[in-house]
Design a protein around this ligand. Structure first.
Ligand code: PLP
Length: 423
């Protein structure tokens, strides 16, 4: 079976034992399973195929902020995915991986001129607009380049969605999106511009949305807005219904059902008779990856035992930033006793904690330990804090293995730095 399974007491990724990967490439490193990514993409696609007619299938645009390694992008491009980007860098990655401009949607917040120009030069499918200023900027830039891109306007429905306040994007106090009233004005403004073509509306209310009641009212608000726009004489031919679909970080977690989600798309979005786009990020890649690390020390204090990993918050910041839960387990030694650890990294920050008082099989110095569900917003958010080189990324597909991003070396950290000759 695909993904991360225990065989003969040792955790494997597809056919490969994780200790072999650690031996060959060192730790910490990110390890991804290609088959998990394919399975996730296909499960979403098939849920949509069950719910919607063949000629009304959505364009699934992978939100590559979750994991933008060009090999992962190539994998998804090869199985028919589109792409959602939020920067000039992500555009360049997408093009390098083989996506055509017409498969790419730009949803960035605060798009700047160079980024807009690069998107126009690549002839991308559409811009999702965050503000009137951005609309003006796109129209002006497109005028200079004699283009007329399609634009949609992001709705802020004032609905809370998302697994943590910092990944909630749909409330009125969030910076994202526009009110329905503002979109009525934006549409009118755009209709009078020569170098943008307003075609629809988008929504994205947050990430890791586990509340069933969040998506549905968001879709309903989108539908109300479409009616209003059409009543005012505007044409609406495209709806981008965003990402946010959750993954299980904990084995016992109950998740939204894909078929239920697809049924809301069928009941609320489909009757609006538009093209449909989706932007899943975390869902596609989150459970495809682990951060493979080593137990550097077991430090015992009067109050607790610290499991000190050689991976830190610079490698995976989600627990520090979002108090996010990640499963953590040793790669072998599964018949050992259960113990509670504070699992920490080597960074000089008290917040460098992956888990507090986490019960797991006893770990000994130099044991390999994986932090699970690290394929999304893991390496993509990694940094060089404490002058630590970025870890390698490794892709496994059955018995095939490739280092898709080499680990940095200490020399790399200073490669772009200069000491002025006047010091
Ligand atoms: C506009 C937009 N679309 C899609 C996504 C992807 O979200 P997720 O990874 O939760 O699917 C994000 C994430 O922040 C986003 O801002």
């Amino acid at each position: 079976m695909a993904g991360f399974q225990e065989k003969n007491g040792i955790l494997h990724v597809d056919d490969i034992p994780l200790p072999e990967i650690a031996e060959q490439f060192g730790t910490p490193c990110y390890v991804y399973s290609a088959s998990v990514i394919r399975d996730q993409y296909n499960a979403l696609k098939e849920a949509m195929e069950r719910a919607l007619p063949a000629d009304r299938q959505p364009l699934l645009c992978y939100a590559c902020k979750a994991n933008s390694n060009i090999a992962i992008l190539k994998l998804l491009q090869g199985i028919g995915s589109g792409l959602e980007i939020v920067s000039e860098g992500e555009l360049a990655r997408g093009l390098k991986a083989g996506f055509k401009g017409q498969q790419i949607i730009s949803t960035s917040f605060g798009k700047h001129e160079a980024e807009i120009e690069a998107c126009l030069a690549a002839d991308i499918l559409q811009f999702n607009i965050e503000s009137p200023e951005e609309l003006h900027n796109i129209n002006d830039t497109a005028a200079r380049l004699n283009k007329c891109p399609e634009v949609v306007f992001r709705l802020n429905p004032n609905i809370s969605g998302g697994g943590h306040a910092k990944i909630n994007t749909g409330k009125k106090e969030n910076k994202f999106g526009n009110t329905s009233d503002d979109i009525m004005d934006l549409y009118a403004l755009a209709a009078n511009m020569d170098h943008v073509n307003p075609v629809g509306v988008s929504i994205h209310i947050g990430s890791q949305i586990t509340q069933a009641e969040a998506f549905k009212p968001g879709f309903e608000k989108l539908a109300e807005l479409v009616e209003r726009l059409r009543d005012a004489g505007f044409s609406v031919t495209c709806l981008d219904i965003g990402g946010g679909f959750p993954i299980a970080y904990d084995d016992n977690e109950e998740l939204l059902d894909l078929d239920e989600y697809a049924s809301w798309v069928r009941d609320i979005i489909l009757p609006l008779d538009t093209k449909i786009q989706m932007e899943p990020g975390r869902y596609m890649v989150g459970n495809s990856g682990v951060l493979l690390s080593k137990a550097q020390y077991i430090k015992t204090t009067p109050s607790r035992e610290f499991l000190v990993l050689n991976a830190g918050m610079n490698d995976l910041i989600r627990p520090t930033l979002y108090e996010a839960y990640h499963g953590i387990r040793p790669v072998s030694g599964h018949n050992r006793e259960i113990k509670a650890y504070d699992v920490v990294g080597p960074i000089c920050e008290s917040g460098d904690i992956f888990a507090k008082q986490r019960e797991m099989k006893t770990v000994e110095k130099d044991d390999l330990v994986v932090i699970q569900s690290a394929g999304a917003y893991g390496f993509a958010m990694a940094s060089n804090y404490n002058s630590r080189p970025l870890p390698a990324e490794i892709l496994v597909d059955g018995d095939k293995i490739c280092v898709i991003n080499k680990a940095q070396k200490v020399e790399d950290l200073m490669a772009r730095e200069t000491i002025p000759d006047w010091l």
